[in-house]
Design a protein around this ligand. Structure first.
Ligand code: SF4
Length: 930
């Protein structure tokens, strides 16, 4: 009898054979709610985890989301292949199960297993040495959206803040930022709920590849077709998302501003723009002086008054009129959009002025469809056709974090916003563009201000915050609540220890030389990066946040849940040569051994999702608080972050007491104490377990009104996820500027479009004209197209990137099951034309190189790739490449000099906003057979 005929167990006892083994698979002792609390935006997929004999045996998508809005599909089942394979990682070979201490040279791969006590003692001693020898600012945490979930980052933040250490701004560290959105709206944090995508009549998938990166939510894009919606993918390559689109518009990498401006030209030329929206919501009606190219301001017109009072030309009266600052409603003013006018200034001189719209119209003469097509490579008739569609349909510009990673990504995004602004396409369902946001979970965010446990203390903290806000508003009563919340963040940024990391990179990591290369920059940089840096600092644009200064190198570095050596553009060679020798102690806190861990001195092992109680970072895209519970005990000696940082605080206190070193001052003169770290961490000992912390956060959040009344940890354990009921006080959530309704999809900016609430910009309107000195000098006061600089040298190909389908960043990069979904090794994609010209065949090893360095990997040859383009989907570990050299080795990690500009209206730093960000797209390379 063949084996095959043996397989069915007909006649066999139901308690034996394959059917029984199959049934056993569906047996379990307990279940728990969970998610994957990593940097997976917007994440929050609710999973159910099954446990047998104390071990996780499998997980599945919970599929428990209720429909939100009648007629709109629900979010079920939410999940992706990484989530479905998560349990495979719990026992994976890269897992670190015990504290490890370096036994050889950094990176040599020799480790000694040590006790928690020994590891923490070494870290505590190195920390105290650094504080005593160089001051507390020599303790550095490089930021990342932690793999430990919400708890990890916030809890270590509490320790490092008490010490007076320094933290880098996460948004520049990872560059998931949209500089052009910030410049236009004064905020980046707009994010519609994913189900709102369903309402779009036209979806422009632009600088995004949602088929790879938005797997749980992409169905809303496809389902928009039930409304007659069309899907257009704009990308250089025939991307995986293009396969599912109605149109693919192929463009040269980095030329998207020309495409967007070509469409704007058609819309204005054909009179398709929304005049009311343009006049009220944008700055396009404001008057600009022809001689200075600056806005006409009150002091020059009247001899006194506000520098941020602007004017329009009122066609009704035939004169200039003050544009209201407290509302977008223009009232009786019939603001002219076109024309040139003469105005007599306070000093008696007469100057010519024109609305921004007129200047824009003049500029757009350089972007007729034919001229734009010559730049971007799209067909001129396609530009016309697309422009007419955008002008007449609810358009959702499904933007990702790709555009901002180009040198002129700000101009690309400003041009996209202009297209939406001309056509009235934001602030109503199915429209707008997006970035990221967090918030609503105010119990967690305001926790750091609490001095003791309980609701009364939570309300005291909120009242204190409101009192400070009221004080800020008293200085300028015309500020909206949104503006006030941003100003509070700016105040705390200036006093706090979170710094834009560009200064760390410039002074200590070896980037200055390449940032000063004129040929890798836009020519408008003038005398060079050094000169711009000096000017920006001397003018006080960075409010003393240009730290750590050249004479204050960090001594101890913590990497918690991130992978600095993989993530940094410019790569490990640069960092290992310039930054690593300055550090006396490098500590990695993570669940696995990654490249940074390999070059660390101590690695502390962490419990993974399913093994610890935490939450996914809540976002407006999903609008749920999602619990991830401890379904099973952590393996080996791994611990939840809550416990690790608690132990570290105890150890620092203990070692400090032994030294008799209890009090010191930081560089700003603030007194710091080392005998209250644990008390501060646990709120006087009351919050001493993850359960107590979680319950405190949830109950405080419900007390603030952001969760249903009475919600606590028990509620979460029963339901898994709970929908938020209010935005709360966190500025990123306040920036949504729309009512949060229980039975409606969320689209941001409706307070602006429906209630005429001003925007948090200098002009209090969506601002397309930036008359900052540097912007005028660079010719970027209006959105324009500029060619991508030849970063990396004079090479014929352009390397682009994006997330691979198989990773959430690098977390899953070496997961065996994930690697089985592709070739299991890094690969780069080439067009047949470029491969043939270089005698490269499928799967050949190729060397990708430029002036900086090189890396070697397999070639995938695909006609989907645009000739001249090299696509390197990222997410690989450097140690998966020959000699551990990965693509970041050839990414110069440039920053755009113009992003050092500040001191102008909304263009002033606050947390996760408005700062220099690293560039890794559009890099000049060549490829040869290895
Ligand atoms: Fe959802 Fe992220 Fe988990 Fe995938 S990894 S299932 S997208 S939370």
């Amino acid at each position: 009898m063949s084996k095959r005929s043996e397989a069915p167990d007909a006649g066999a006892s139901p308690s034996s054979g394959p059917s029984q083994r199959y049934r056993e698979k569906w047996n379990w002792d307990t279940t728990a709610w969970a998610s994957h609390c990593i940097n997976c935006y917007p994440g929050n997929c609710q999973y159910r985890v099954y446990v047998k004999d104390g071990k996780i045996v499998r997980e599945e998508q919970a599929g428990t989301y209720m429909p939100v809005e009648a007629g709109v599909p629900d979010m079920n089942p939410m999940g992706c292949q990484k989530g479905n394979a998560w349990s495979q990682m719990l026992g994976s070979p890269e897992r670190v199960l015990y504290p490890l201490k370096r036994a050889g040279e950094r990176g040599e791969g020799k480790w000694t297993r040590v006790s928690w006590d020994e590891a923490l003692s070494d870290i505590a001693d190195a920390t105290l040495d650094a504080i005593q020898e160089s001051g507390p600012e020599s303790i550095l945490q490089v930021s990342t959206p932690n793999e430990g979930g919400l708890m990890a980052g916030m809890l270590f933040g509490r320790v490092i803040e008490k010490l007076g250490g320094m933290t880098t701004d996460v948004n520049a560290d990872i560059n998931d930022f949209n500089p052009g959105l910030y410049m236009t709206y004064g905020k980046v944090n707009s994010a519609s709920s994913v189900d709102d995508w369903f309402h779009a009549e036209l979806t422009l998938v632009w600088h995004r590849n949602p088929v790879y990166t938005a797997i749980p939510w992409y169905h809303f894009v496809l389902e928009s077709r039930y409304n007659g919606g069309e899907i257009v993918v704009i990308a250089p390559d025939y991307s995986p998302s293009a396969i599912h689109s109605d149109y693919h518009v192929a463009v040269e990498p980095g030329s998207d501003a020309a495409l967007a401006l070509g469409m704007c030209q058609v819309i204005i030329e054909e009179g398709l723009y929304d005049g009311k929206f343009v006049r009220e919501q944008t700055d396009l009606a404001l008057l600009v002086r022809a001689d200075t190219r600056r806005f006409l301001r009150q002091p020059e017109l009247t001899g006194a008054g506000r520098d941020d009072q602007f004017y329009a030309f009122d066609a009704r009266t035939g004169g200039v009129a003050e544009v209201p600052r407290t509302t977008l409603d223009l009232g009786e003013i019939e603001a002219a959009l076109e024309g040139r006018f003469e105005v007599t200034l306070a000093d008696g001189s007469v100057v010519e002025v024109a609305p921004v719209f007129q200047f824009l119209k003049d500029e757009l003469a350089d972007y007729t469809p034919e001229k734009a097509a010559a730049i971007c490579g799209a067909d001129a008739e396609m530009i016309r056709s697309l422009a007419r569609k955008v002008a007449t349909r609810r358009t959702n510009l499904l933007l990702g974090f790709n555009a901002g990673k180009y040198y002129h990504g700000d101009l690309i995004e400003r041009s996209m916003c202009l297209l939406l602004g001309l056509t009235g396409n934001w602030g109503k369902k199915g429209t707008g563009t997006r970035s990221w946001s967090v918030g609503m979970f105010d119990g967690a965010y305001l926790y750091s201000m609490k001095e003791k446990a309980g609701r009364e203390e939570a309300l005291r903290v909120l009242a204190m915050r409101d009192m400070i806000a009221a004080g800020v508003k008293m200085q300028d009563p015309t500020m909206t609540d949104e503006m006030t919340s941003f100003e509070l963040m700016r105040m705390s940024a200036a006093m706090g220890n979170t710094v834009p990391p560009a200064f760390l990179w410039y002074y200590h990591c070896g980037y200055a030389e390449r940032w000063n290369k004129p040929e890798w920059n836009d020519p408008a940089i003038g005398d060079g990066f050094d000169s711009r840096m000096q000017e920006a600092i001397s003018k006080g644009w960075w409010q003393g946040l240009n730290r750590p200064g050249p004479d204050a190198p960090p001594k101890v570095m913590f990497e918690i849940g991130g992978n600095f050596l993989r993530r940094m553009r410019g790569g490990q060679e640069l960092l290992l040569e310039n930054f690593w020798p300055k550090l006396n102690m490098i500590v990695t806190v993570d669940w696995r051994m990654h490249t940074t861990g390999m070059y660390s001195d101590i690695v502390l092992p962490v419990a993974l999702s399913y093994e610890k109680l935490t939450f996914h970072i809540p976002t407006p895209d999903i609008l749920n608080l999602t619990l991830s519970d401890a379904a099973a005990d952590p393996p080996g000696e791994t611990k939840p972050e809550f416990e690790i940082f608690h132990l570290l605080a105890q150890k620092i206190e203990e070692r400090a007491a032994a030294r008799g070193f209890v009090e010191y001052r930081d560089s700003r003169g603030a007194t710091r104490r080392l005998d209250n770290l644990v008390s501060s961490y646990t709120l006087g000992g009351e919050i001493n377990t993850p359960e107590k912390l979680a319950d405190e956060w949830i109950q405080d959040t419900a007390t603030f009104g952001n969760l249903p009344e009475g919600t606590d940890l028990q509620t979460m354990r029963e339901q898994g996820s709970v929908r938020f009921t209010n935005w709360g006080a966190v500025p990123f959530a306040v920036a949504q500027a729309s009512d949060l309704e229980p039975d409606s999809t969320h689209n941001p900016f409706r307070w602006h479009t429906e209630k005429n609430m001003p925007y948090p910009t200098l002009t209090r309107r969506a601002q397309f004209y930036i008359d900052h000195d540097w912007f005028v000098e660079a010719g970027e006061q209006l959105p324009v197209h500029k060619p991508n600089p030849q970063q990396g040298g004079d090479h014929p190909l352009v390397m682009t990137s994006g997330h691979a389908r198989s990773t959430v960043h690098t977390t899953n990069a070496v997961n065996l099951m994930m690697m089985q979904t592709h070739r299991g090794e890094p690969s780069v994609m080439l067009s047949p034309a470029d491969a043939q010209g270089r005698n490269i065949g499928p799967d050949d090893k190729v060397c990708v190189f430029n002036d900086l360095s090189e890396f070697v990997c397999a070639a995938k040859i695909s006609p989907a790739v645009r000739p001249g383009q090299v696509i390197m989907y990222n997410g690989w570990e450097p140690y998966q490449f020959d000699e551990w050299k990965d693509p970041s080795s050839i990414e110069p990690g440039m920053v755009k000099w113009l992003h050092l500009a500040g001191g102008y209206g909304h263009m002033r730093y606050w947390l996760m906003q408005c700062q220099p960000i690293p560039i890794d797209r559009g890099i000049a390379v060549d490829v040869v057979k290895a």
